[in-house]
Design a protein around this ligand. Sequence first.
Ligand SMILES: Nc1ncnc2c1ncn2[C@@H]1O[C@H](COP(=O)(O)OP(=O)(O)OP(=O)(O)O)[C@@H](O)[C@H]1O
Length: 216
Amino acid sequence: MIHTLETDGVQLDFGLHRVFSDIYLKCETGKITGLLGRNGEGKTCLMKIISGNLNASSNSIRFDGHVVSNARSHPHLLLYLPQFNFIPRSLRVKQVLDDFGLARNDFINWFPQFELDLKVTQLSGGQWRMLEIYIIAKTPSQFAMLDEPFTHLNPIQIENIKVFLTAQKEHKGILITDHMYKHLLEISDTVYLLKDGKTHLAKSIDDLDTLGYIRL
Ligand SMILES: Nc1ncnc2c1ncn2[C@@H]1O[C@H](COP(=O)(O)OP(=O)(O)OP(=O)(O)O)[C@@H](O)[C@H]1O
């Protein structure tokens, strides 16, 4: 069965600044949905609204057609990788995996360079991020939302994460925002561009040029 996550009718204002006016976004299990936009267009705010971490004056977030306003209280529906690190630094990698009920050997199969006995505080910024991406993508939920997963990762690890995420979409729907648009385009089945408070479906790299996101 294919599950859907749909968002529309989102209105968000900070004082006189209207961030969103016309949003429509649909994610499906089995697919990666990319969300692009220039700095300040509202990618993080939209993810926070979908997860229930930010209140909008109006919005409709629907899972399989049912309105869910506080998805963060329903981890079986949605898990969210925020921009900031969320794993406690004092734990060892193996403890973190155990706490989330994830198999250590599967993690090592994907990322053999990790030492399970290291504490999170001993990881590099990129390794810390990879561990968090793994947790959010592997923990069972219908959807995973990733805010800038490629930040801090070197080119080879970005390629590894792309292969990893593409494999995980077999089990869930994934919504990703990142400024590395070429990587995002490569793995996304559908891409939306946020511009001037609206979402625009971008079907090709030419659309991103036409919409003024890139210059070809
Ligand atoms: N707490 C807040 N108070 C006032 N304005 C805010 C607040 N949070 C976000 N904004 C504004 O909302 C807009 C969208 O911010 P958001 O962080 O979602 O953008 P973004 O697209 O994720 O940007 P970036 O690509 O730089 O991370 C920006 O103009 C930002 O200044």
